[in-house]
Write a protein that binds this ligand. Sequence first.
Ligand code: GLY
Ligand code: MN
Length: 459
Amino acid sequence: MFNKEIYIQRRTKLIANFNSGLLLFPGNLESPMNYADNTYRFRQDSNFLYFFGLDEANHFAVIDLDHKRQILFGDDYEIDDIIWMGPQPKMLEKAASVGITDVEPKARLAEIIQQALDKGREIHFLPPYRGETKIQLAELIGFRAAQAREKASEKLIKAVVAQRSIKSREEIAEIENAIDIAASMHVAVMKACKPGMYEYELAGALEGVALGAGSSLSFSAIVTHNGQTLHNHHHGNKLEAGRLLINDSGCESEMHYAADITRTYPISGKFTEKQKAVYNIVLKAETEAIKMIKPGIKYKTIHLAAAKIIATGLKELGLMKGNTDDAVEAGAHALFFPHGLGHMMGLDVHDMEGLGENFVGYDENTVRSTQFGTAYLRLGKELQTGNVLTVEPGCYFIPELIDLWKSEGKHTEFINYEKVEEYHDFGGIRIEDDVLVTETGQRVLGTPIPKTVEEIEAL
Ligand code: GLY
Ligand code: MN
């Protein structure tokens, strides 16, 4: 946990946005896997972690703006719990560690909320993403659980997004700790990968590195020789020489800040000329996009610049044709690069995505595109000093998409389908790093991980 002053300052800053009412923060509950006592690994809600620090189930917090109270709700463990769980700190001690002195048993929460409702006071809460949190909020405030996200407070969402989007020195250090562990995960897999292994052996090896460093994964790893499937969590294939392995994986720091890194390399250890040519296009898109990052530039501008680099490279290979600017404007590049260039990263790997992607990545000056491909860009708005984001261009040959577009005669002025057929079984390439926006530009965070053709082949 950070020093309690950090949590006190974060709450003080949040409170400055409001005059009255209640700010309600549900912590996460344990989540049962197949029966109540057999739970998934506990993951605290990131907003609760950010403002209240406690990494345990069964808490609620309320900031009562009118009575100037900051209350932590929870119950002390009884001896029946302690014989199973071991000694546990008291609620008052836990609260003190994050700068709170006002503690109430969980049963008091409903009373306090009811009193506020009776007086017509506003209750602000963030959009819940877990069913049990929706049910809790619905029962406390009085609506149907299915309405819980729409009843959330836009004012609170905007205040939290503004605050969490700018990372402090301590947060950046945590993110770099996570990336350093992720670097070891990636290098371990690069070294271990060889034809004949199963994807799950590599997935197990990388998760083992994370767990062995006291960490855990920040999302389900993508470790596959079918990288053309963007979020491929299937790890059952036997690795074939001649194919490329995509490893898109990351882990969490001790305080749950994320890393999110992708590397792609030949399973045999050596790129073919065909693979090398496409790889270097993606690498150029990634490194040039990183160089463009600075405060004030829209990430959508960088996304489109990366798309043009990919389209230009594919034109040189004969896969695309015509005017590159027109091709990208029309969205033809999205046959090969059908996702966004990146997203914010912090306590969540897609930071604050639970609060609504458009609140995090767009604003009144940057409207989200509806065009296939660019529509998936999670972050489009102007960058600010202190943002941490991913840069992750890719180039994929998705047989089902190629066949569909070809049958529809889509973008035939920009796509040379005859040549694309030669790449039908190529797979996919993605390269991803995590970048801090600094006052003067940017800094790639963490230990460098082999990325050029030469670095990868040398390993
Ligand atoms: N690392 C997976 C993603 O960013 O969607
Ligand atoms: Mn990512």
